[in-house]
Design a protein. Structure first.
Length: 208
């Protein structure tokens, strides 16, 4: 068996030696703003994954709403993301108070390409901004204001390999834990089926 320490990559040069150089078009694809194509992608996106960090570690959270729930400023240099109701852990928001760096990846159903935005975010409680993002008369508690630093589309290989969208058309895969089963795994006395029923009934009334 090979020595485990000798098989670990410990330098950028060592890492680069393992991969071919990206072609020029790929190496230079990033922009410092959301262009027209990126704006169209974000307008069609009902779902994103948001990454933040602090001194203790990292957080990666899903965010979703109706397509176009993320607004882009006219100059393409700012994003506005309403923070909808969740479990109130607010891990990502706490991280942003400590470290404003943020990474976003946008998805569009049945589209294998994704769109990535990196930048720095502030958490706003501005009354006019919150009112702008009200849904059914309910305002978000806060709105993330993201200053865009880097944007680029991401190639389709990961989603093609995973067959993500075709898999979704077959319904919930057998054996994937439900919310109730996750709760029961931590609290064995819990009735997982009862949790699932209650959760499914509560969700429609707790989105905004």
């Amino acid at each position: 068996m090979a020595d485990s320490e000798s098989s670990v990559v410990t330098s950028i040069d060592g890492l680069n030696a393992l991969y071919a150089q990206p072609i020029e078009r790929i190496a230079k694809k990033q922009l410092d703003h959301v262009n027209a194509a990126g704006r169209a992608f974000i307008a069609a996106s009902p779902f994103l994954v948001l990454a933040t960090s602090n001194q203790q570690g990292l957080d990666c959270s899903p965010k979703g709403d109706q397509p176009g729930f993320v607004e882009v400023s006219d100059d393409g240099r700012t994003l506005f993301i309403a923070d909808r109701r969740g479990n109130n852990r607010i891990d990502g928001l706490k991280n942003l108070v400590e470290d404003p760096r943020i990474g976003l990846i946008f998805f569009v159903p049945c589209v294998n390409e994704t769109y990535r935005v990196n930048g720095r975010a502030q958490i706003s409680m501005d009354a006019d901004l919150k009112r702008r993002f009200a849904v059914k008369g309910k305002e978000p508690a806060t709105v993330m204001v993201v200053t865009v630093e880097q944007t680029f589309q991401h190639c389709a290989k990961a989603l093609v390999r995973s067959d993500l969208w075709k898999a979704g058309g077959r319904g919930r895969p057998q054996g994937v834990p439900t919310m109730g089963e996750f709760v029961a795994a931590r609290n064995p006395e819990t009735d997982s089926t009862a949790v699932d029923v209650t959760y499914s009934q509560q969700i429609p009334n707790e989105l905004y």
